[in-house]
Write a new protein. Structure first.
Length: 273
């Protein structure tokens, strides 16, 4: 893949190996409709056009239900349609994430990121199986190569900075039907590069960023700083009330150092009060 102009200029991270999209039968683009996946989508489309493999692209959105910002699923679909890409939605059965949290009796944490494993990776893995079956029938070849692309960036966190930009996915691969590689195409990009790519594309971004949000994950993410939780609560008071009620019913605070009732109280008091 070609690199963006300022990528790797700091020399802090190794440059990922060049990847030829035409080596893969399926190129899966995970999209949350957030800025990073949006920039990644535009970037991969550019390369796919150059290699003549646009028909192999599939955008997938893991629908989290009411815990997402309003309009997220619709925007993800609109972004995919802008490029003429097949769009798929996956969703975990058995209630939304907040209901699942209450059943477990505890909030996700850095060590227990079941929100990602149960509501994103597992449903996407199910889609992979279906896509591989489709491609096997079309290609007449039992062995299908899949490139699973995610918009994770090193700049976002220490944990993400340690992720390999390219790796073989042993868990999602099997000996008979599919061979899966995981790719983080914009792993070394800065936030400035991401926004430049988005503005240059002319494709709309989610309004939550205009409110001041830095990331578009769950409305109330356990990894979000207090400022982001305040912004989220101001624009989603009914959902915040649901979260506060769940927090109180479980008797388990949102984070060790942060309860959502504190966020709610701060919003109700208003600035300077």
């Amino acid at each position: 893949m070609t690199t963006s102009p300022d990528q790797f200029t700091l020399g802090l991270l190794p440059e990922p190996p060049p990847i030829r999209l035409r080596d893969y039968d399926i190129i899966l683009i995970n999209t949350s409709a957030g800025k990073d996946s949006q920039a990644m989508l535009d970037y991969i489309v550019e390369q796919a056009k150059a290699e003549g493999v646009m028909d192999r692209l599939v955008a997938v959105h893991a629908d989290l239900g009411r815990v997402e910002w309003a309009g997220t699923r619709e925007l993800a679909e609109a972004q995919a349609k802008h490029y003429g890409i097949r769009f798929e939605v996956v969703k975990r059965n058995g209630g939304d994430l907040l209901e699942h949290i209450e059943k477990r009796g505890m909030w996700p944490s850095m060590k227990q990121r079941y929100c990602t494993s149960d509501y994103k990776r597992a449903p996407v893995r199910t889609l992979m199986t279906r896509l591989v079956q489709e491609r096997c029938w079309q290609k007449g070849d039992p062995r299908i190569r899949t490139l699973n692309c995610m918009g994770l960036r090193a700049e976002e966190s220490s944990a993400r900075s340690k992720r390999a930009p390219f790796s073989h996915d042993d868990d999602d691969s099997n000996k008979t039907k599919r061979d899966v590689d995981e790719c983080l195409p914009i792993h070394n990009w800065s936030e400035r590069e991401v926004w430049k790519r988005i503005y240059d594309s002319g494709v709309p971004h989610h309004k939550a960023y205009d409110f001041g949000m830095k990331r578009l994950s769950c409305v109330f993410c356990v990894f979000a700083p207090p400022k982001a939780l305040l912004i989220a609560g101001q624009h989603n008071p009914e959902l915040l009330a649901d979260y506060v009620a769940a927090e109180q019913r479980m008797g388990h605070t949102f984070r060790v150092d942060q309860s959502l009732v504190e966020i709610q109280n701060a919003i109700n008091k208003g600035p300077g009060r």
